[in-house]
Design a protein around this ligand. Structure first.
Ligand SMILES: [Zn+2]
Length: 423
């Protein structure tokens, strides 16, 4: 492999994915703006012209923000790679740490410095999204104080979780020989599974309060649903989502014994008991059809491919030079290889995302059909419309944009599919 070929390959994908994103965003903006003043016939009963326009304006605002963050993201990516940012950071960190803390310490310091700089670059964008866009459209409930506290806590948890697995993978890269990537993948899989168990019990409560659901009539109702569907749960919880945002949601989380049903308080405030039951039935549908398991297996298979690729690339001089970094002569290059891989993969994977999104949309139809069979389709349709309305999601997305970006089918298509089932 020639480093020049790799540079050209990488730059082409970065440019192509940026242009595709801009083109899709432009299509979406044009489509939403064009339909801003007319509520689609299927929703005329339930959605007012006012809230339809509000949803269009919110969507357009988010697209404008997306334009800025896409451009910033591309400049930063180029800055790190072909313009030499990572190269210089690496020289500097290596000089400062290698002699003092050894090869593993130096590599962890490099990952840490990279993570810190990336977080600082993202911070203003995140603040803008929360305090400008979400705020302007009435969704933000966070104070600056809570937001900053969240950022600190997230960084802390990120280091606490990230440092041990990074250290383990770097160690395997250096010590496990030719097949290190297989060992590293195994460690990664074990770690991901562990995180799925640990997350709902130890990490989520750092950010939100979870209280047992107290509404007895609702509990009876959803317990009957779960029995009907053959599920057991480790409890029903209400999460104080309203502390941060007015957006509503529900989820079913965890592995094995730690599995629990979580409702956002914002969801319970907006939906009737029947509608809550239907939303939960949809989530159960994902489990019944093994969507969660299938997605996990797919992720693990893809990460195996990623580690195998990294196993090959990390041994090629051209991989480093082609992406703007001079490899170390007297120190391991594993942290550099990890970082370059992390940066080079997304522009390529972007073109795979329509396939993943199509799988995900198919799963949503299946879960809807399951919910219609196990509870009331009428209730599910009503819940869906309420959630779209309250979240100001657009009812008139561009069809091509949907193919690339939508993990859920547009509301109109979901309702049509439910109607076809006879509900
Ligand atoms: Zn779903």
């Amino acid at each position: 492999m020639q480093s020049g070929t790799l540079t050209l390959f990488f730059a082409s994908f970065v440019l192509a994915s940026l242009l595709t994103r801009l083109w899709l965003d432009h299509r979406q903006a044009r489509h939403v703006a064009r339909h801003r003043d007319a509520v689609p016939a299927a929703f005329a009963q339930d959605v007012t012209a006012h809230s339809h326009r509000r949803a269009a304006d919110y969507t357009l605002d988010k697209l404008r923000f997306g334009l800025v963050s896409n451009l910033v993201g591309t400049v930063v990516l180029m800055g790190w790679t072909l313009l030499g940012g990572l190269h210089h950071l690496n020289e500097w960190i290596r000089e400062a740490t290698l002699a003092q803390v050894g090869p593993l310490g130096y590599q962890l310091a490099l990952l840490g410095a990279f993570g810190l700089i990336s977080a600082l670059v993202d911070l203003p964008l995140e603040a803008w999204s929360t305090f400008r866009i979400e705020q302007r459209h009435g969704f933000n409930r966070m104070s600056w104080r809570l937001w900053l506290g969240d950022q600190l806590k997230q960084s802390f948890v990120g280091v606490l979780i990230g440092a041990p697995i990074a250290a383990l993978i770097l160690w395997l890269m250096g010590a496990a020989g030719q097949a290190w990537w297989l060992w590293a993948w195994g460690a990664w899989v074990a770690f991901s599974l562990l995180l799925m168990i640990v997350f709902p019990i130890f990490i989520a409560p750092l950010f939100n309060k979870f209280e047992p659901l107290k509404d007895d009539t609702l509990i009876q109702r959803i317990q009957a649903l779960m029995q009907r569907c053959g599920f057991r749960s480790n409890g029903f919880f209400v999460m104080d989502g309203s502390r941060r945002s007015a957006h509503a949601n529900a989820y079913f989380t965890g592995l094995g014994a730690s599995k629990r049903v979580v409702f956002f308080d914002t969801l319970l405030a907006k939906l009737t008991h029947g509608e809550v039951e239907a939303v939960l039935a949809h989530e159960l549908g994902h489990f019944k059809h093994n969507h969660v398991l299938k997605r996990m297996i797919m992720m693990f298979a893809m990460s195996l491919g990623g580690f195998a690729l990294l196993g090959w690339l990390s041994g090629q001089m051209a991989f480093y030079l082609g992406l703007g970094v001079g490899p170390n002569m007297l120190a391991p290059n594993d942290a550099l290889a990890l970082l370059l891989m992390m940066m080079a993969l997304p522009p390529v994977m972007f073109f795979v995302s329509p396939i993943m999104a199509a799988f995900s949309r198919r799963d949503e139809y299946q879960a809807d059909a399951y919910a219609c069979a196990q509870s009331s389709g009428r209730d599910l349709a009503n819940a869906l419309i309420k959630l779209y309305k309250d979240n100001s999601s657009t009812l008139t997305p561009d069809p091509v944009y949907v193919r690339f970006h939508y993990s859920h089918p547009p509301a109109s298509e979901r309702l049509a599919a439910m109607q076809a089932l006879g509900t």
